[in-house]
Design a binder for this molecule. Structure first.
Ligand SMILES: Cc1cc2nc3c(=O)[nH]c(=O)nc-3n(C[C@H](O)[C@H](O)[C@H](O)COP(=O)(O)O)c2cc1C
Length: 249
C-alpha cells in the first residue's frame, strides 16, 4: 500500500505497538533512499544511521533506554550526528580538519541534519503504511552505554532513534496547536496568547479523557513542564564532551 502525500503527512501518528514481522525489502529500500536524499547543511551530510535489526542488540537498546518499542519493532534506526566521516575524508586527502564540532553551530548542524534524516524516514515509513515512533530517550537516558553498545567513534553521537514496524495499533490522532498559535503574521506573536494556550490545554485534557486507549485526565502544560523538569537532570554537556564535541564557542 502506498499512501498519497496528504495521508502520509496528515494521517501520521506515532505508533508504539508492532506485529512481529520483518519489513518488506522494498519498503526498507525506499526508507533508505528517502534518508539518503535528505537536504543537509553545506551538503556536508553530517549524519549517519545505524540500522539495528539484530534482536539481541534491539533488546539491549530497549533495556538501556527503557522504551519497549525498541525491542518489538522490526527495525530500530539510530540517527547520529557524525563528524567522523568528514574527518576521515580530510585525512585521506591530506587536508587539515577544522574542528567544527567544537562550536555550538557545529553541534546544531549535526543535530539538524540527523533530525531531517529522521523526518525523511518517518515520511517514507508512513507512506508505506508502516508505523514508527521517534525515541529521544535513546539520546538522554544513558548516552555512555548507548554509545558503547553501538561502538560510536569520536565525533559521533546519537540524536534520536526511530522504531519502525508493521502497526499493531492505530492510535487516535493527537490534536496539535491551532494554526494561529503556530503561524504568526510578519512578526512574532498573536493576540490573546495565554487564553489560546489555555484553550489548547483544555483540548488536550479532553483528548486524554476520551481517546480509545490509555485514557487519563492529563493536561498539556503540566505534562510538558514535567518532561522539562526531568530534562533538567540530564547532563548533556558532559555526554557531548565525552563524544568529542568541545563546544568552546
Ligand atoms: C525528537 C522526538 C523524540 C521523541 N521521543 C519519544 C520517546 O522517547 N518515546 C516515545 O514514546 N515517544 C517519543 N516521541 C513521540 C512523541 O511523543 C510524539 O511525536 C508526540 O506525542 C506527538 O504525537 P504524534 O507523533 O502521534 O502526533 C518523540 C518525538 C520526537 C519528534
Amino acid at each position: 500500500m502506498i499512501k498519497d502525500v496528504k495521508d502520509t503527512l496528515l494521517d501520521r501518528r506515532s505508533v508504539r505497538r508492532y506485529e512481529r514481522e520483518a519489513l518488506a525489502p522494498e519498503d526498507l529500500e525506499f526508507i533508505r533512499e528517502a534518508i539518503r536524499n535528505t537536504p543537509t547543511s553545506y551538503n556536508g551530510q553530517q549524519f549517519s544511521v545505524i540500522e539495528v535489526s539484530d534482536q539481541g542488540i534491539k533488546d539491549e537498546l530497549a533495556e538501556i533506554v527503557g522504551q519497549k518499542q525498541l525491542k518489538t519493532a522490526a527495525l530500530d534506526l539510530c540517527f547520529l550526528s557524525d563528524y567522523n566521516k568528514i574527518r576521515v575524508a580530510a585525512e585521506a586527502k591530506g587536508l587539515k580538519y577544522p574542528p567544527f564540532q567544537d562550536t555550538t553551530d557545529g553541534l546544531m548542524v549535526g543535530v539538524i541534519d540527523a533530525s531531517l534524516a529522521l523526518m525523511s524516514a518517518v515520511a517514507a515509513a508512513n507512506s508505506r503504511g508502516l508505523g514508527c515512533c521517534p525515541i529521544g530517550y535513546a539520546r538522554t537516558v544513558n548516552p555512555a552505554r548507548v554509545s558503547e553498545l553501538l561502538e560510536l567513534p569520536d565525533g559521533v553521537f546519537l540524536v534520536c532513534a526511530l522504531s519502525i514496524g508493521i502497526p499493531r495499533e492505530i492510535p487516535d490522532l493527537k490534536p496539535k496547536q491551532p494554526a494561529d498559535l503556530l503561524f504568526f503574521r510578519d512578526k512574532y506573536g498573536v493576540a490573546a496568547m495565554p487564553e489560546k494556550l489555555l484553550a489548547y490545554d483544555r483540548e488536550i485534557i479532553k483528548y486524554h479523557e476520551t481517546r480509545s486507549e490509555n485514557k487519563s485526565g492529563e493536561d498539556w502544560i503540566g505534562q510538558i513542564l514535567s518532561y522539562y523538569k526531568e530534562g533538567l537532570t540530564y547532563d548533556m554537556l558532559a555526554a557531548l564532551k565525552a563524544r568529542g564535541y568541545g563546544m568552546e564557542s
